[in-house]
Write a protein that binds this ligand. Structure first.
Ligand code: GDP
Ligand code: MG
Length: 179
């Protein structure tokens, strides 16, 4: 009766190798996998129990970061309800890609709004293992300048993988809570 559509579409975007597929896999299967097929897009569909709104159909679209299919990416951006823009904490170039993707989303969405969660992936990496991006610095830009959500997460340890989806669902209109 609320008029809420019963399908919520989440789109994962980001440079190749930042850990998008690993994060989705961790959330869906609670395992860390190393090998993935390199398809352009992979759609995961699940029934998801929310707190308050009951069962939803959740569609999680995993993309490859390929530049070869701009039309496909643009279509996905138009049809999604929330966006996970993923970078890796050891890869400054991947944060630049997040910035570029955000610009593209803002341009394509217009008045429909751009519910973005920026995800710092591979959060298990410490300074000695190549981390160069600090959560506090990125968070300041994302939350204060971009008015978007920010989380760090690790598919390897599982740390905050659920938090990624929690943040995404909170941004859907109207917001959803995890059960
Ligand atoms: P995608 O291209 O964004 O989908 O990235 P993948 O999920 O395929 O991961 C790319 C590489 O990063 C793989 O070798 C993973 O083992 C590694 N990786 C993914 N997630 C993590 C993580 O949370 N921590 C660490 N240390 N490595 C990760
Ligand atoms: Mg992948």
């Amino acid at each position: 009766p609320s008029g809420r559509p019963n399908t919520v579409r989440l789109l994962f975007l980001g440079a190749a190798g930042v850990g998008k597929s690993a994060l989705i896999h961790r959330f869906l299967h609670d395992r860390f996998e190393h090998k993935y097929t390199r398809t352009v897009e992979e759609l995961h569909v699940l029934e998801y129990d929310t707190a308050g709104s009951g069962k939803m159909r959740l569609e999680v679209l995993d993309t490859s970061g390929s530049y070869s299919f701009p039309a496909m990416r643009q279509l996905s951006i138009r049809h999604s309800d929330a966006f996970a823009l993923v970078y890796a904490v050891d890869d400054p170039g991947s944060l630049e890609e997040v910035r570029r993707l955000r610009d593209e989303i803002l341009e394509l969405r217009g008045d429909r709004g751009a519910p973005i969660t920026v995800v710092g992936g591979k959060a298990d990496l410490g300074d000695a293992e190549g981390r160069v991006l600090l959560a506090a610095d990125v968070m300041a830009t994302v939350e204060d300048e971009w008015d978007a959500s920010f989380v760090e997460a690790s598919a390897r340890t599982g740390g905050n993988a659920v938090g990624v989806f929690r943040a995404l669902l909170r941004q859907v209109n109207p917001p959803l809570s995890c059960a």
